[in-house]
Design a protein around this ligand. Structure first.
Ligand code: SF4
Length: 218
């Protein structure tokens, strides 16, 4: 029996636990809204990235998470599996979520600025990021996180709408332009750290700051 049917059945026998009912409906709503959003975009051809993709890769994880991680675009493995951050960079991200935030991957929500894989894993162009931006904006509107953590400069540019130097702004917090109550935190992309292992220490420091920020906002 689905949630709605369960609520109706309880109401039919006089149990009107409205608070619980509302919470259950809310839970169902965000999943449903994200599914509907994906349905609207799964055949999208708004930019040239549709030519090189296997499939549109939607966000993944808990839509009730206080934190949303944003990368730049799917890579080869993500394009094959239809899930964001499932390759080596994703494994490092999962490890940091567990070890530094004390959370599990399934507790958080993970997505990308562009939902289709760029050829040869190149950086998405400003035109491609702009074309895909309504998808990310809608995801954020549905999830209403406390924090958006941008992984790398491209993700930061996609979320904040301006170019930036990640070495200068990493570890810093900015207001989300479409809802200033939401904090935007910037750090390195895990793929960059895989190429530069000595930077793992910095990424870990940023994740500790992120944990602190999360506890202040909870
Ligand atoms: S990257 Fe975004 S805008 Fe471009 S084709 Fe894919 S879903 Fe559409």
């Amino acid at each position: 029996m689905g949630i709605e049917e369960t609520v109706k059945a309880l109401q039919a026998i006089g149990i009107n636990e409205l608070y619980l009912g509302e919470k259950m409906e809310q839970k169902e709503d965000r999943w449903k809204l994200l599914r509907e959003l994906y349905e609207q975009w799964k055949d999208c051809k708004r930019c040239d990235l549709h030519k090189s993709r296997t499939q549109v890769v939607p966000g993944d994880g808990n839509p009730y998470s206080p934190i949303v991680f944003v990368g730049e675009a799917p890579g080869e493995e993500e394009d094959k599996q239809g899930k964001p951050f499932v390759g080596r960079a994703g494994q490092l991200l999962n490890k940091l979520i567990e070890e530094e935030l004390g959370m599990k991957r399934e507790d958080v929500y993970i997505t990308n600025v562009c939902k289709c894989r760029p050829p040869n894993n190149r950086k998405p162009t400003p035109i491609e990021m702009k074309a895909c931006s309504p998808y990310l904006r809608k995801e954020i509107e549905i999830i209403k996180p406390k924090i958006i953590c941008c992984l790398g400069a491209t993700a930061g540019e996609g979320v904040l709408g301006k170019s930036l130097k990640i070495t200068k702004v990493r570890g810093q917090v900015f207001p989300y332009p479409y809802d200033p109550k939401i904090k935007v935190f910037l750090t390195y992309h895990p793929a960059y750290v895989l190429r530069n292992p000595k930077e793992e220490k910095t990424l870990r420091e940023d994740f500790r700051k992120l944990r602190e920020l999360l506890s202040q906002l909870s």
